[in-house]
Design a protein around this ligand. Structure first.
Ligand code: E4P
Length: 218
């Protein structure tokens, strides 16, 4: 399973790049607004220059024609930009049109297997099931991830399952077990994925023992 960062924070993305495990980035209007970013295009272009993998940038208009126009523009921002289109009926029409123009789409805000199936049939390169938001309303978000993996395999659909709305490290474990192609994670979760108390205890003890011997030899 690949790991994407779910953020528009440039410092977090640079750190992720140095760690060498971040294969892409997803942004959304909320994440961009959180950073107080004025020029969305420049920020997306900078992110796209830091991480060579897919960088998702979302359309922020409604209606087929308006979304198509904005999607076409976003697709020119950088060669690795992927356009995020919502899982709506209009969105489906837009995805179909963009697929014919070879513009890569990440169908976002996916909450059901039917939406996921239609998004794949329309030609979305990625479909993003929002795991945490489904959990929030008492559904099993990870069940949607598993169902998508199974159904896409069953019908040999090439669309990638991009587990999104990831809230904690256990979501990453479960997404990997379910066979998700990618999990897009907040920076905090990426940091938590590498934490283990036994690693900290073990490392402290190794260094203490090493220094004890060195001091004894003085
Ligand atoms: C994915 O592309 C979205 O940006 C994101 O995962 C949404 O997560 P949230 O439910 O934590 O806002």
């Amino acid at each position: 399973m690949d790991i994407f960062l779910d953020t528009a924070n440039l410092e977090q993305i640079k750190k992720g790049a140095r760690l060498g495990v971040v294969r892409g980035v997803t942004t959304n209007p909320t994440l961009v607004a959180k950073e107080g970013i004025g020029d969305y295009k420049s920020v997306v272009q900078e992110i796209a220059s830091i991480i060579p993998g897919p960088i998702s940038a979302e359309v922020v208009v409604e209606g087929v024609e308006a979304m198509l126009e904005q999607a076409r523009d976003i697709a020119t921002w950088a060669p690795n930009v992927v356009v995020k289109i919502p899982s709506t009926t209009d969105g489906l029409e837009v995805i179909t049109a963009l697929d014919k123009e070879n513009i890569k789409v990440n169908m976002t805000l996916c909450f059901s297997l039917n939406q996921a199936l239609l998004g794949a049939l329309a030609g979305a390169a990625f479909v993003s099931p929002f795991v945490g938001r489904l959990d929030d309303i008492g559904h099993d978000g990870m069940e949607l991830v598993s169902d998508m993996v199974k159904v896409y395999r069953q019908y040999q659909l090439e669309t990638k399952v991009l587990a999104a709305s990831i809230r904690h490290p256990l979501h990453c474990v479960l997404a990997a077990r379910a066979g998700a192609d990618i999990a897009t994670v907040p920076f905090k979760v990426l940091m938590q994925m590498m934490q283990h108390p036994l690693t900290d205890v073990g490392q402290t003890r190794f260094l203490d023992d090493w220094h004890k011997v060195q001091n004894a030899q003085k």
